[in-house]
Ligand binder design. Structure first.
Ligand SMILES: Cc1cc2nc3c(=O)[nH]c(=O)nc-3n(C[C@H](O)[C@H](O)[C@H](O)COP(=O)(O)O)c2cc1C
Length: 164
C-alpha cells in the first residue's frame, strides 16, 4: 500500500481480531512515529509499546469511556512528549505517523485521547514514564474486525483556492 492509499483509507478502528501483531511490525510503526516532523527538531517523544494483555486491560480501564477497546487490541502504543513549547504539535505529528504506518501494515488503530485527560497522569505512572513527559495519545493496534465509514467533508467544502 502506498502512502496516499494509506492516508485515504485510514479510519478509526475500535474492533480487532484476536491475532497477534509481530514485534517487527510494532517496531516499524514506532520507527515511523519517531521520524515525524518536529519543531526545532527537538524530537521530544518517547513511545511505550504495550502488548501484555493484563496491561492492555489496565490501560482500557484507566481511559474509561474513551478507550475500552484497548483491552482487545494486540498492542497499544503510548506516545509521550517532554513538556516543550510545541510538545502537542510534535506529539500529534508522531501519533498520526504511528496511525498511518499501522494502516500501511494492514492494521486498524484509533487515536485515544491522552493530553489533558484526567487519566493521563495515572497512565504515566502506570508505565513508569518520567514526570516531565506528557501523554499525547494511546494508539491501540490490531487486525481490523470492522470497517467503519464515518462521514467526511467533501474536498470542495474544505479546499479554497487563493483565498478563503
Ligand atoms: C485528538 C483526537 C482524540 C481522539 N480521542 C478519541 C478517544 O478518546 N476515543 C475514541 O474512540 N476515538 C478518539 N478519536 C478518534 C475520533 O473519534 C475519529 O478520528 C473521528 O471520529 C473521525 O473518524 P476517522 O478517524 O475514522 O476518520 C480521537 C481523535 C483525535 C484526532
Amino acid at each position: 500500500m502506498n502512502a496516499i492509499e494509506a492516508l485515504k483509507t485510514r479510519r478509526a478502528v475500535r474492533e480487532y481480531e484476536k491475532k497477534p501483531v509481530t514485534k517487527a511490525v510494532l517496531e516499524d510503526i514506532v520507527d515511523c512515529g519517531r521520524l515525524a516532523a518536529s519543531a526545532r527538531n527537538l524530537q521530544p517523544w518517547d513511545f511505550v509499546a504495550v502488548t501484555d494483555p493484563s496491561r492492555l486491560k489496565a490501560l482500557a480501564k484507566a481511559t474509561g469511556v474513551h478507550g475500552p477497546f484497548i483491552a482487545d487490541a494486540a498492542a497499544c502504543v503510548l506516545v509521550f512528549c517532554k513538556d516543550t513549547k510545541y510538545y502537542l504539535e510534535d506529539g500529534s505529528a508522531a501519533t498520526q505517523n504511528v496511525i498511518v504506518a499501522a494502516r500501511a501494515h494492514g492494521l486498524g488503530s484509533c487515536w485515544v485521547a491522552g493530553d489533558k485527560k484526567p487519566y493521563a497522569e495515572e497512565i504515566r505512572k502506570m508505565v513508569g514514564a518520567p514526570e516531565m513527559h506528557k501523554l499525547i495519545a494511546l494508539v491501540p493496534v490490531g487486525w481490523p474486525a470492522e470497517h467503519p465509514q464515518p462521514r467526511k467533508r467533501a474536498l470542495a467544502d474544505v479546499l479554497h483556492w487563493e483565498s478563503f
